[in-house]
Every structure is written in C-alpha cells, then in structure tokens.
Design a protein around this ligand. Structure first.
Ligand code: CS2
Length: 493
C-alpha cells in the first residue's frame, strides 16, 4: 500500500508548483545510468526530464548503484523513483520533484534485471558517474588496470562482472552475439578525455577476453566525451527538512545543489539521444577545451581549497573562500598559473570563468564540505593539478601556488589538522599514502616517498628539481600552519 505521507507518483497532481511542468507522459527506460549518486540526480536526470518535456521520447532512466547499496535503491523505489532537488542559492531555496528516474537497481543483487535491460535494444545509452576510481584504469598506460582486484575477478568470471569495464564489456558482448545494435557509452566523470579514456579501458579489457569482440567494440560503439558541472554536496537532514517543508511530503533522499549547471557533450550518438540542447546542454564537436578548463580551474582549486582547509580548520568551501588571503591566493593561482596553460576558443573568457567560480564558491547556502572534496586525492590530483604543473614546468614557468596545493595534500595525508584534530583518509591508495606521510621525518623524505609513486607522478615530474624545490618551500611554509602559509602565498607576485 502506498504511504500517503511519502513522495510518490500517486501524489504528483498535488505537487504542481514543484514540477518542471505539469505535462508529463511516463517514459519507458531508454538510459541505464551506472552510479546513481547525488550528482547524476541533480544534473543528467534533470536535463533528461527537461529534454523529454520539450521533445517527448522514451528516455526514462534506470539508475544502478554499484556498491550494493540496497538502502538507496529501496528508498528511491519506495518513492517510485521520485526525489526532490533542493537548489540552494543567494536567492533562496527552490525545491523541484524530478521524474525521469523510473527504476533503481543495486548490484550485485539485481544483476539479472540489469543485464536484461542492457540487452534490450530500447536502451540506447549507458551513462556513468562512477568517480575516477570506478574506471579501474592504469594511469600510466591508460589501459584497464589488470592488477586491480575487481579486474582480476572479472577476467576470471567475465559473465558475472562487478567492475564498470566488466559490466560494459559483458553487455556489449551480449548485444553483439544477439545481433542487436550497441548502446552509446556516455562518461560523465571528471576525467580528462573521459569518453576516450573509458573507451581505451573497455577495449583493453575486452581484448584480453576476445579479440573479435574488442574489434567489434572499436568499430561500432561510440564513447562521446562530456564536461559536466554542478556543485552537488552530500544530502543532510537540512535538505530532508527543506523538502518536507516545501512539499508537505517526506523525501528520504533529496539532493542539494547550487543553481548553476553546465553540460557540454560531444554529439556522437548513433542510437539517438534526448534533445538535451532544449534544456541548455551544449552539443559540440570537441569537448576537450571545456573539459580541461573545468578540471584545471574548478576542480583543481576545489582540491586546493579542500586540503588547505582540512589543515586550517575551514569546514566548507564558502567558509574557506570567505578567508580573504585564501581567496586572493586562489584568484592568483587561476590567473597566473592555471589560465595561461589553457587553450580555449576565443569566445571562452577565462577571467570571467574564474570570477564566476569564485562567486559560486562563496554560496553560503550550499554547505559543500571540504572533507567530501578531500576524498580520493590520488585519483583527483593528477588530472586536476599535476597536469598543469607538467605543462608549466615544460615551459620553464613558476609553479609556486600549485606546489602549495600538492604540499598541502601531502601534509593532509598525515591525518590531522593544524590544531591536532584527527580525520580519516578515504582514498583507494590510503594505506600507502598514509604510510609514506606518517613515516617521513623530513620534508625531503616526504617528497622522495611521494614522488616515487609512479602511478601518481610521471617520470618527468619525479625528476624535476624545480618541482622538488617548490614543494620543499611549500612544506616549509606549512610548518607554521596552513593559515600562515596561505597568508604568505597570498602576497606572492
Ligand atoms: C569536486 C567536484 O568533489 C569534488 O572533488 O571538486 O565534485 C565538483 O563539485 C564538481 O565537479 C562540480 O561540477
């Protein structure tokens, strides 16, 4: 029996003021989305609903959690796939009930249903937000990481895969064997060249199983790249309260987000796609300039703010950016060290982009916790910051502020703030990183230990004397506490 105090499709008629539009035809599932976290629900799922409102089509979404999170599946299914998006900005709070999500599955429990959908020709897109570590990618070669325990298991039991490359390959094999056209694979993660990166991982994994299948994938499957952007923190009780107050119905799983959103998509969908452009998405031939600019400007400064804040004791991004010397340092970092490395079309105004980012960071209504951004540094730092350092060093340019970000990450890995508060390090390489950070008794040993990690630092960086010197200066500055380091780096020319 439907619980009438809960959000449900039966109550939609009472929620007109919180719907994108009252017109709605329930769509069949046309998209399977792997990684049904908050980001997808506040971004891709909303664009897709708006696209279907503008141009009806069967692009309902089946979301899949890959972590066996049955509680999330049950909460969403208990609400018929509905949830509220709680948009928090300077103008106040806006609550919208999102309707494109039609079904939620939890792997490995719902494997049979997942593969039934993936084999169904009506599913024309498989999209992903599985975070950097979900790609099981060898950072040096770009191929699948064959030493990853999940990959080892999937290679031995390729019919019962649990990793992303394993699932995609098994599903594509079933399509090829049945003579069904493939789906388009749409990566929506913060990785450079995300489509091409995923394609190489899948191709290299498939090659180990069946060369013919790998060749079929190379010939027939499209992996367009995308740049996704919206700041979407983790859900808190305040979001549940805001949703309840607005709707008069309980929502166990609302999603908070900022008002801003952007989606740039490489337009390569042989099996068709929703009319996302009607919702403001930019469909382009080449996503790369947007993608690199976003990673190096937004994500890089997010990580910098996060590590310095974990040491200095700022809880949220808006707390951090309200500290004037830190804002000045981040402004200078984007202006002098990051923006000059970017190659964007002339219509892309990088300084306006920088100013808009600082404005977004100062959104006090959002409460984006630095601890959330600080997770998985080993996956995030290379594309966000090391790539810029490499570009600048190759051109003989200075890297002082970028090095401060890296040094702050190293010190963060010791697991305690400047005031002695302890926190846990959440990172797939946590054991090795915390061991190196904890055991190094001098800055030199810390730098040596970290730069020796070849999956993080390419040879060219590990050998760079300029990088070592800049890191040593940053570590020295951080010895007096992160606030003091920020104050002195804010005064650099
Ligand atoms: C953040 C991103 O958590 C993080 O590491 O930098 O999730 C960021 O909020 C999004 O990429 C914004 O689009």
């Amino acid at each position: 029996m439907t619980d009438l105090s809960l959000l449900s499709r039966a109550r939609l008629a009472d929620l007109r003021g919180h719907l994108l539009s009252p017109d709605w035809r329930e769509p069949e599932i046309g998209i399977v989305h792997l990684g049904i976290g908050n980001f997808h629900r506040a971004h891709h799922a909303l664009y897709t609903e708006e696209a279907m409102l503008a141009q009806p089509g069967d692009w309902g979404i089946c979301g899949v959690t890959l972590q066996g999170d049955v509680s999330k599946r049950d909460a969403l299914m208990g609400q018929d796939g509905l949830y509220s998006v709680v948009e928090r900005g300077p103008a106040g709070v806006r609550v919208t009930v999102a309707r494109a999500l039609r079904e939620v599955l939890a792997m490995p429990f719902d494997r049979a249903r997942l593969f039934q959908l993936l084999a169904d020709e009506r599913v024309r897109i498989v999209s992903l937000t599985v975070t950097e570590k979900g790609y099981c990618r060898d950072a040096q070669t770009g191929d699948a990481d064959f030493s990853h325990p999940g990959m080892v298991r999937d290679l031995a039991h390729s019919n019962e895969p649990s990793t992303v490359p394993g699932i995609l390959t098994a599903a594509l094999r079933a399509r090829r064997d049945a003579g069904t056209p493939p789906f388009t694979v749409l990566s929506c993660d913060n990785l450079s060249h995300n489509g091409a990166a995923l394609r190489q991982v899948v191709f290299s994994y498939a090659s180990r199983l069946d060369e013919g299948l790998a060749a079929w994938i190379a010939k027939h499957v499209a992996f367009p790249s995308t740049m996704v952007d919206r700041i979407v923190p983790a859900t808190t009780d305040a979001d549940r309260e805001a949703a309840h107050a607005a709707l008069g119905l309980a929502d166990a799983v609302p999603v908070p987000c900022e008002p801003f959103r952007q989606w740039v998509i490489e337009d390569r969908f042989p099996a068709g796609r929703p009319a996302w452009e009607t919702a403001g998405a930019q469909l382009v031939g080449d996503v790369e300039p947007f993608e690199i600019a976003k990673l190096r400007m937004l994500n890089a400064t997010h990580s910098t703010l996060a590590y310095l804040s974990m040491l200095a004791g700022f809880e949220t991004i808006s707390d951090a950016i309200s500290y004037a010397p830190l804002k000045a340092m981040i402004h200078a970092m984007m202006t002098h060290e990051i923006a000059p490395t970017l190659n964007v079309p002339t219509s892309f105004d990088l300084l306006a982009y920088r100013d808009a980012l600082l404005e977004r960071y100062s959104n006090t209504a959002l409460k984006h916790r630095c601890a959330q951004i600080a997770m998985d540094g080993s996956q995030k730092m290379p594309p966000r910051i090391f790539s810029t350092i490499e570009a600048r060093l190759a051109a003989g340019q200075s890297i002082e502020r970028l090095a401060l970000a890296v040094a702050a990450w190293f010190v963060f890995l010791r697991g305690r703030s400047d005031s002695g508060e302890q926190y846990t390090i959440s990172d797939p390489l946590a054991d090795r990183l915390t061991q190196i950070a904890g055991n190094a008794d001098t800055s030199e040993r810390l730098i040596d230990g970290m730069l020796a990690l070849r999956e993080l630092f390419p040879e060219s960086l590990a050998r760079s004397a300029a990088l070592r010197h800049a890191l040593a200066r940053s570590l020295e500055a951080l010895r007096g506490g992160a606030r003091q380091a920020i104050n002195s780096y804010a005064l650099l020319d």
